[in-house]
Write a protein that binds this ligand. Structure first.
Ligand code: HGY
Ligand code: MN
Ligand code: MN
Ligand code: MN
Length: 421
């Protein structure tokens, strides 16, 4: 095969790009709906099917794959060394109508890297282990990073026990996925057992493509605050209720949506702010909405700015409620803190890219990643590859094959560099 991008170091290991791309195409059929991208939500049968596919391919390669109590697939070499683990991972769930690469690319590349290391029985001073995390997106059960939180022993079991979605209880869904909430503590890795964590991911933004660069070296990952907001007004007849007598929950919620947008757009209190979810009751043409539930998602690289923005919107919503004679209830979900990547791992990624003749750029991640959770117990490093037109969380999400293979080779060389005895 032709060396895809950059230069080809003599005698060095490299991934089998065609094999990785074939498997990526195969797993992408799971949850796919023509014209709608992929819906493979965390802790649903589609994700379980993808995990089973992946486990089957790993076994075929002579690797050892098992599902842990948090629902993560953990893959090791059959002839493994008793050394601290260098974890390579990402997630295999998607958002609704999502793309084929967010998460899954990093997992398929990590498995390809592990296969190469196993085939050549490469001796390192760390033991490479792949983790395919469950429910990173939180798109079905609103418990994002569930799998990586399990790996670091931070799942709130009381919260998880009570969680259900569309009539399905999370503990039952977890059991169906091969995990077990009652014994989830066993999925946690002891701090000293993990030497580091590397995650390869599509950028999901326009930076690398605009700069015509194949590799991004992530310096920091954004923090994220989610507020669950409930606006309670008065449900009434849409034809007979005079405008002056209305307490229209949707009209008030609309003002809340714009207030959230202003947080980032004009007030610059946080980097981005989004209302992505809105449920209207009773959601009928001839009825004044009585209740609206919405989410406000705030992101920034600095924890104190996130807090300021959260306080600002909470204050503004209280004022809005009293001005409109409605009640607005605000509940804060667990905050995901921004984290910095490890200097040594970032150096190893940059060196690997240099050795491959791949130009690279240091950059921050505006998306959240399992890496920021794993950072609680180990140093982390992240590699980005370009996203076509910067699009992600959409069916149009795409990356050139050459970039996908170059990213996987960079991951392999990073492991060889960071783990060299
Ligand atoms: O939303 C995020 O940033 C991540 O992809 N779950
Ligand atoms: Mn995502
Ligand atoms: Mn992702
Ligand atoms: Mn360099």
């Amino acid at each position: 095969a032709e060396w895809p991008l950059g230069t080809r170091p003599e005698g060095e290991l490299r991934v089998d790009g065609a094999r990785m791309l074939r498997r990526l195409a195969e797993i992408s059929r799971i949850g796919a709906r023509p014209g709608h991208g992929i819906t493979r939500l965390g802790l649903t049968p589609e994700e379980t099917e993808a995990r089973a596919y992946l486990a089957g391919e790993c076994h075929r390669d002579g690797l050892v794959a098992r599902t842990d109590q948090a629902g993560n697939l953990v893959v090791r070499r059959a002839r493994r060394r008793d050394k601290p683990a260098l974890l390579l991972g990402s997630h295999i769930d998607t958002v609704a109508d999502g793309g084929r690469l967010d998460g899954t690319y990093g997992v398929m590349a990590a498995c390809e890297v592990l296969r190469v290391l196993a085939e050549h029985d490469v001796e390192l001073d760390v033991e490479p282990v792949v983790v395919a995390f469950t429910n990173e997106e939180g798109a079905f059960f609103p418990y994002p990073f569930f799998g990586s939180l399990g790996l670091v022993g931070q799942v709130d079991t009381d919260h998880a026990k009570r969680m259900s979605a569309h009539g399905v209880a999370l503990p039952d869904a977890l059991r169906a996925a091969g995990g077990d909430l009652d014994t989830i503590a066993e999925a946690a890795w002891a701090p000293g057992s993990v030497a580091g964590y590397l995650e390869l991911h599509i950028e999901q933004g326009p930076v690398l493509e605009e700069a015509s660069l194949p590799i991004g070296v992530v310096q920091a990952i954004t923090g994220r605050t989610v507020l669950d907001i409930t606006v309670c007004g008065g449900q009434d007849h849409a034809g007979t209720t005079p405008m002056r007598m209305r307490r229209d929950a949707l009209a008030v919620a609309s003002r809340a949506v714009l207030a959230v947008e202003r947080l980032a757009r004009s007030r610059d209190l946080c980097r981005v702010a989004t209302v992505g979810k809105l449920d209207v009751e009773p959601n009928t043409t001839n009825v004044i909405p009585g209740l609206v539930r919405l989410t406000a998602e705030l992101r920034d690289g600095r924890a104190e700015r996130l807090r300021t923005a959260e306080q600002a919107i909470t204050t503004e919503l209280a004022q809005l409620a009293s001005a409109t004679d409605t009640t607005i209830d605000v509940r804060l979900d667990p905050v995901t803190q921004p984290v910095a990547t490890d200097h040594a791992l970032s150096r190893a990624i940059a060196d690997a890219a240099d050795e491959l003749g791949l130009r690279h750029l240091g950059m921050d991640s505006g998306a959240g990643h399992d890496a920021q959770i794993v950072a609680a117990i180990a140093p982390i490093g992240m590699i980005f590859v370009p996203s076509r037109n910067g699009i992600s969380h959409a069916p149009q999400e795409e990356t050139d094959d050459l970039h996908l293979v170059a990213g996987a080779d960079t991951l392999l060389r990073t492991v060889l560099g960071a783990g060299r005895p």
